[in-house]
Design a protein around this ligand. Structure first.
Ligand code: NAD
Length: 337
């Protein structure tokens, strides 16, 4: 069966890691009819806008997208295309699994999933500067928006995810001691939902600064973490650092109408075009996409091939302490498939 899906290769290292991912999917024998579209910097070059209508139309039609990282200018320029896509398609759940793969790393027993609310909080785009006197940026203000419904659906998603994946505990991470209204609403609602799962899925909660520290001290205590947009963004990069870095961290953006799969990392302009990028995160994102469309067997074959290439064949890219190029690593994974 051939499924239609949108493909955005992305910026920086995006095309390199996407090419490897397509090779692996080919080797698996899973057919996708790719509708290739553009986003970010490469879309500006091709279509004069970072998020062309054709890209949006394609995802509206296919409801399934594999996306490379997109560059977002820091401190000015166009708004994040990633955030815009998450809002356009109401991809409210950002699922970011973090698992020890590489032996000899700092932690051998990390196996946790961060479920980040993806459409609300400080990412709603209410972030502006004000002129006072002669200084056009004398004051800056960001507004965080949380809704009861938004909190309910992400908390429910986390508990349902835990049930579906045989997980035992959901930890709610918040800052309700300081952000009493926004983070307070999130915590109160998540506790309410947790009650519905009593006896099935355990639940506790932690203030975000403590959670960040506990992740470093004893990451094995965490199973599923559910948290708000900004905290989830930061904690998932931190968690990926426990197991070898962002090169190994995939992410899924899930909504009722569409799903977009991507690596957690960005476009890595510092190594783009040098053949150094680790394609594992994008490969693992493709495995999440295979799970999503019900190709469970192909997904686990892909994960197994990747782990075998890293652990048994000892083929590793530079970020994992090895010397393999992107192409050499791809050959090892495809060879195992
Ligand atoms: P980054 O994740 O691109 O890079 C951080 C560090 O990790 C760099 O040293 C980079 O070389 C390294 N790295 C990242 N991915 C790697 C890989 N696959 N293999 C080996 N090393 C890897 O983060 P950044 O530098 O803060 O951001 C660069 C750009 O990416 C920015 O424009 C940012 O907005 C964007 N970004 C996009 C996404 C996305 O599309 N989902 C996510 C994060 C950042």
């Amino acid at each position: 069966m051939t499924r239609e899906a949108t493909l955005i290769a992305g910026d920086g290292i995006g095309p390199e890691i996407t090419q490897v991912t397509l090779q692996a999917l080919d080797a698996l024998g899973v057919q996708f009819a790719w509708d290739e579209q553009y986003g970010g910097m490469s879309a500006i070059e091709k279509a004069g806008t970072p998020l062309p209508n054709a890209t949006l139309r394609s995802i509206h039609r296919t409801r399934l997208c594999l996306k490379g990282p997109l560059t977002t200018p820091v401190g000015g320029g166009y708004r994040s295309v990633n955030v815009a896509l998450r809002q356009e398609f109401e991809l409210y759940a950002n699922v970011r699994p973090v698992k020890s793969i590489v032996p000899g790393g700092r932690y051998q027993n990390v196996d946790l999933v961060i479920i980040r609310e993806n459409t609300e909080g400080l990412y709603v785009g209410l972030d502006r500067t004000f002129k006072v006197g002669n200084d056009p940026k004398a004051l800056a203000q960001a507004t965080s928006v949380m809704t009861r419904d938004g909190c309910k659906r992400i908390a429910r998603y986390a508990f349902e995810y835990a049930k579906r994946h045989g997980r035992r505990k959901v930890t709610v991470v918040h800052k309700a001691n300081i952000l009493k209204a926004t983070s307070g609403l999130f915590l109160e609602t998540a506790r309410m939902i947790a009650k519905e799962y009593e006896g099935q899925i355990a639940s506790d909660d932690k203030i975000v600064d403590n959670a960040a520290m506990q992740l470093v001290i004893n990451p094995a205590q965490f199973d599923v973490i559910v948290t708000t947009n900004l905290f989830g963004d930061i904690l998932s990069d931190e968690a990926s650092g426990l197991v070898g870095g962002v090169g190994l961290a995939p992410g899924a953006n899930i909504g009722a109408e569409a799903a977009i799969f991507e690596a957690v990392h960005g476009s890595a302009p510092d190594i783009a075009g040098q053949g150094l990028a680790n394609p594992s995160a994008q490969l693992l994102a493709a495995a999440m996409m295979l799970d999503h469309v019900g190709e469970l067997e192909a997904a686990s074959r892909l994960r197994r091939a990747l782990e075998t290439a890293i652990v048994k064949d000892n083929v590793r890219t530079k970020d994992l302490g090895g010397s393999a190029s992107t192409t050499e690593f791809a050959r090892a994974v495809v060879g195992r498939l």
